[in-house]
Write a protein that binds this ligand. Sequence first.
Ligand code: MN
Length: 330
Amino acid sequence: MMARTNNTEMPPSDALLKVVAELSKYPQWILLSHEQPDGDTLGCGSAFYRFAARFGKSARWMGPDPIPGSYAFLPGSDRYEVARDLSATEESLLVFIDTTTPERTLSVSGLSGLPSVNIDHHGDNSRFATVNLVDPHAGATAELAWEILRRMGGSLSLDEAMGLYAGLVTDTGRFSYSCTTPRSHRIASDLLERGIRPELMDLLLYCNLNPQALRLRGRAFSKLDYDPDRGIAFTWLSKSDFEETGADFSETEGLSSDLLRIRDSQFSALLVENNSSVRVSLRSRGKISAAEVAHKHGGGGHPNAAGMRLSLPIERAIDIFREEMREFHG
Ligand SMILES: [Mn+2]
């Protein structure tokens, strides 16, 4: 477990000040969220986007995949642009948000020659931008975004606070993961001072499922394969599970974490058939590194939560994964 030494009174890092200077210098920001966007990349994007308007900057907010319906409440999400590629100029600043590598968002032509900042908390971030603010001790990129915006413009508006709170709550697992620090709670406290109502945010973020989503979960739970000796939970969803329940792909969110609600469980894997590949979500309590398993298959993430995509038929992916799990040592 990482040391919980971060707090809001820490002196700002050079990288943080450089990001603030870059954002102040450029009149246009291009805010980039990652593929299959989550609450953190979208919440921060939303906060930066709304802040830009208040701060006299023009901004675009973009990503390769649409915003899931459950995050449509985020301020500015109606202006989000879905694109696969982008040609930018030197007049605008590219702002990569919560993005481990540039490949995780839309492809920017001539990226290496363009001004860019990279704001992230993934330890395996490839530090690809001209200025890199990568802090693996941050529970969410939203914590870094809060530090940046606070230094740029004093107190935050309620709209901006909403985005940051959404990022903070979702990436810390409602303040339950080991990445949650005193700093996470101090930032949450500040956001509550800005007018955030936690019960309302909980409704928006977590009480938004439809019956199809619950039926889909039922399918995944009923196929559960559990190894009590090593605490490994494993299940999968195939195309027919989606067709027969009417649920869609985004409705698997949170499912792999639910598998770890089994007493004494250590590790979970959820395989989901998606078009011609299989998306794998891994969750761990720490004995087995989810990131290590994901890296072996070209994926990435944190020790406690990681993922990858296998270009295999689902049946084959299940076999391979079962085999591999026999070799895991917790
Ligand atoms: Mn994040």
